[in-house]
Design a protein around this ligand. Structure first.
Ligand SMILES: Cc1cc2nc3c(=O)[nH]c(=O)nc-3n(C[C@H](O)[C@H](O)[C@H](O)COP(=O)(O)O)c2cc1C
Length: 367
């Protein structure tokens, strides 16, 4: 039964399961609607969509489900300085272009990130949730989203980031542990110390964030089933945001080679890398990562978003050709628990399993 004093109810969540926004095509309208149908909250990662595409995607979702959904953007970040590594970065990927029959790679240029237009489309999209990663949501966007009755979420990878997000006015903090697939949301301090040796795992991060902020906490990273959801609730989270487990669903949009890689990889075969985009992100280790991040080639990776623009033609061609060795195979460390199945069925099972894990716990505790 719902109650107005329950933090999850106040946040407008029907259940503890949130399907993570996954920019790059994983989170199709069909996936979002199926997650909603199964009892969770579907999200669109819209960072790489134009304003027009955001409007179209939202219309597509509204045509499939009347239930609330969310839209996520990358917080605007200052443009990087021109990089002295451009020639080396181009040289690193040129042989791969040749291998895939692509023209020689070109030095990437910085395009306007279009955040303001994206946000304007988001405001009119009918979404019930606005979330950001990579930084604080700009103050005017928090005010505008709240004025439309939307809930605002921000992503933190440390306690300091969670506190900064709370001060910026978010309604809840997504605490993203180091197990998480895809990009790290980090935006304060040194998020890339000694190749990620300082990253904080979900188990350690969630209770420390829950103690530090007054807003609800959503746990994210390595959570794949009812056991993980129950654990996150025990750590003080009100909900979980799960990415990898939804990526292998029938309705999810990554290239088939990406789904296959998740279904066949081991838990120790992912790594946090800057090779694809210039920002740290966790994916399954492949040839591209190993060559581009060869320690002997230090300095061959451009800052975000230049490296992302540089590698895009290669990734697109690799997706079409089914060449997993050149794809950004984003995945979290829980990948052995991924299955290929319909998303509504998965979501309903996640909720059922969470209930049964929680009701079995007292007996386990006695044992
Ligand atoms: C393919 C992929 C794309 C992602 N894109 C986004 C994104 O656009 N915005 C965002 O806030 N988080 C993004 N994430 C991170 C998720 O929000 C979440 O933190 C992560 O998936 C949780 O870890 P898990 O994959 O182990 O469940 C992405 C994750 C994956 C796997």
């Amino acid at each position: 039964m719902s109650s107005h004093t329950d933090p999850r109810d106040r946040l407008g969540l029907r259940s503890p399961v949130i399907q993570a926004p996954m920019a790059g095509g994983g989170d199709t309208a069909a996936l979002v609607a199926a997650v909603n149908e199964g009892g969770g909250l579907g999200f669109v990662g819209a960072a790489y969509l134009t304003d027009v595409q955001i409007t179209e995607r939202a219309r597509d979702i509204r045509g499939r489900t009347a239930l609330p959904f969310g839209i996520n953007l990358f917080a605007p970040t200052p443009a990087p300085a021109p990089s002295p590594a451009t020639a080396e970065a181009l040289a690193r990927i040129a042989p791969f272009h040749l291998e895939l029959g692509l023209p020689e790679p070109q030095a990437p240029t910085l395009a306007d990130d279009g955040f303001e237009r994206q946000f304007a489309a988001l405001l009119d999209s009918g979404a019930a949730f606005y979330s950001v990663t990579f930084g604080l949501p700009p103050a005017e966007t928090v005010a505008a989203a709240k004025a439309r009755g939307m809930r605002v979420l921000g992503t933190a990878t440390t306690v300091a980031e969670a506190v900064a997000l709370e001060q910026a006015g978010v309604d809840a903090v997504v605490a993203q542990g180091s197990e998480a697939g895809g990009h790290r949301g980090s935006f304060l301090g040194d998020a890339w110390n000694d190749r990620g040796a300082n990253l904080v795992g979900t188990m350690a991060l969630v209770p420390q964030v829950a103690d530090a902020v007054g807003v609800p906490v959503i746990a994210s990273g390595g959570i794949m089933d009812g056991r993980g959801i129950a654990a996150a609730l025990a750590l003080g989270a009100v909900a979980v945001q799960m990415g990898t487990v939804f990526l292998t669903c029938d309705e999810a949009g990554p290239p088939e080679a990406h789904k296959q890689a998740i279904l066949s990889a081991r838990e120790d075969q992912t790594r946090v890398t800057r090779a694809f985009s210039g920002r740290p992100a966790r994916g399954i280790v492949n040839r591209f990562m190993e060559v581009v991040e060869d320690p002997l080639a230090a300095g061959a990776v451009l800052p975000f978003p230049l490296q992302n623009a540089l590698t895009r033609p290669l990734r697109t061609a690799a997706g079409r050709a089914g060449r997993a060795e050149f794809l950004s195979l984003w995945a979290g460390q829980g990948l052995r628990l991924a299955r290929r199945r319909p998303a509504a069925e998965l979501t309903a099972e996640l909720l059922n399993r969470t209930r049964s894990v929680l009701s079995d716990l007292p007996a386990r505790h006695r044992a």
